[in-house]
Design a protein around this ligand. Structure first.
Ligand SMILES: *Cc1c(COP(=O)(O)O)cnc(C)c1O
Length: 431
């Protein structure tokens, strides 16, 4: 499969090159040249197909022959060695729990798949050492650190905003050591992201280090997220064919991967992008004008993003037509108060504990059902509630259980380097 740059349709890249580079030379995001629908035989076999086979069938056209079948299947097996249960919450509301991976975040899937693919290309094709440079607003850091830990030929450098990620998130990204370094910045996530972008444009750094990104701009992080939708459908198919998904969204990589699943023929009725107070896309769908803005801090911090990087991919999927986007995507935005109330309400009513991101997804689904009462839907639970322990316990008025794996990481010692500005980052990368 070849990919083109969203800044220049004539620029063509292999999957390997897109994974290694992250962004095209013209700074455009890579996008698949074709998306070919999966055959009917796939969909009839889907309900009884093993998880890893579903994933292999879904992703294989995007990889092509660049990773041999046996290797690709091995990468997928390592990526998906946990469950993705659909849990009934109430009435026509289900949740797809994506937090059963090693860092209890849905990003584990993308991070592991990318680590497997990049690791394969590096050892196979003598690419040389690669540095994965990534900014995190919370969950990316831990998942990427964990996914790439110990992968030969790869160094990982993670930038995170000091005091703006949860305690567990911070420990997950600062305690691993080996090939992983955490850099702490006294600022907001947007600043971390800007510094990463600047480093990618810096020729002096590029001449010394081969940099790539593990944010969802990288196709190997973005595309495997489509697996969730197939795996949810496989479990929900008996509920009727058309499922609505509400996706708590920040950079819009996850929801956009769901849209690719739909392009592959998965019968998804509609997408809801549920936002916290960072409502750039909610406003875009209301007004037709895209106005990025600085992010604001919320209790669902992994979605504190004012200029979602995958928005351009969504536009591409819908031929850059506003009307087309609007037909396929609805977006709602909720502030922290309403989010906490929802956590409490659902807990009191059903006993189900939502994390703040999932709660935003739940709210979006409920609001959509007001006008579509006969549909069935799932909101994505993108993180385990214990990662936002204080907020959750405060909202539901009860202590929640902490898994043993998290208790272990909390005891480890934090190791991070504090940096002030871009000059510090540059000095670190050149050293
Ligand atoms: C990253 C993240 C999101 C947002 O996903 P995008 O693909 O960036 O839209 C939502 N919830 C959690 C817990 C996350 O870590």
């Amino acid at each position: 499969m070849n990919y083109f740059s969203l800044n220049n349709k004539n620029h063509s890249s292999s999957f390997e090159n897109a994974v290694i580079r992250g962004l095209a030379p013209d700074k455009g995001l890579y996008f698949p040249e074709h998306i070919e629908k999966l055959p009917d035989s796939f969909f009839s076999a889907l309900p009884n197909m093993p998880q890893t086979e579903v994933a292999y069938q879904a992703i294989k056209q995007f990889v092509g022959d660049e990773i041999p079948e046996a290797e690709l299947k091995k990468i997928i097996a390592q990526t998906l060695d946990f469950e993705f249960p659909v849990v009934h919450v109430k009435d026509n509301v289900y949740t797809l729990e994506l937090f059963h991976g090693p860092t209890l975040a849905f990003k584990d899937v993308g991070a592991r798949f990318m680590a497997g693919s990049l690791g394969y290309f590096i050892t196979k094709n003598e690419v040389g050492k690669v540095t994965v440079l990534v900014a995190t607003s919370g969950d990316t850091g831990g998942a990427v650190a964990n996914g790439f830990l110990g992968v030969e030929g790869i160094d990982v450098v993670i930038l995170y905003p000091k005091g703006k990620v949860s305690k567990i998130q911070e420990k997950q990204l600062t305690t691993l050591g080996e090939n992983v370094t955490a850099l702490e910045i006294d600022g907001a996530f947007d600043q971390c992201q800007d510094m990463v972008k600047q480093a990618f444009l810096d020729e002096e750094i590029q001449s010394k280090r081969q940099l790539t990104s593990a944010n969802s701009i990288n196709v190997a992080r973005w595309l495997p997220q489509m697996f969730y939708y197939f795996l949810a459908y496989r479990q929900l198919a008996s509920e009727g064919k058309n499922i609505v998904f509400s996706v708590p969204s920040g950079n819009f990589g996850n929801v956009c991967a769901g849209m690719v699943a739909k392009e592959l023929g998965l019968p998804i009725k509609h997408f809801i992008a549920s936002n916290n107070a960072n409502r750039t896309i909610t406003d875009y769908l209301e007004t037709g004008t895209y106005e990025p803005r600085p992010s604001v801090s919320t209790i669902s911090n992994a979605m504190d993003i004012g200029n979602p990087s995958n928005f351009v991919r969504i536009l591409q999927l819908f031929q850059n037509e506003y009307g087309n986007v609007k037909e396929n995507l609805t977006s709602f935005s909720y502030d922290d108060e309403v989010t906490k109330e929802a956590m409490q309400e659902v807990y009191n009513e059903t006993g189900y504990v939502m994390d703040p991101h999932g709660a935003v997804g739940y709210l979006g689904l409920q609001e959509y059902f007001k006008d579509h009462p006969n549909e069935v839907g799932a909101f994505l639970e993108t993180a385990h509630p214990c990662k936002f322990r204080e907020t959750v316990e405060d909202a539901i008025g009860k202590q929640i259980d902490i898994p043993d794996s998290i208790k272990e990481v909390l005891e480890k010692e934090k190791k991070a380097i504090s940096i002030k500005d871009y000059a510090d980052l540059k000095a670190f990368l050149l050293s």
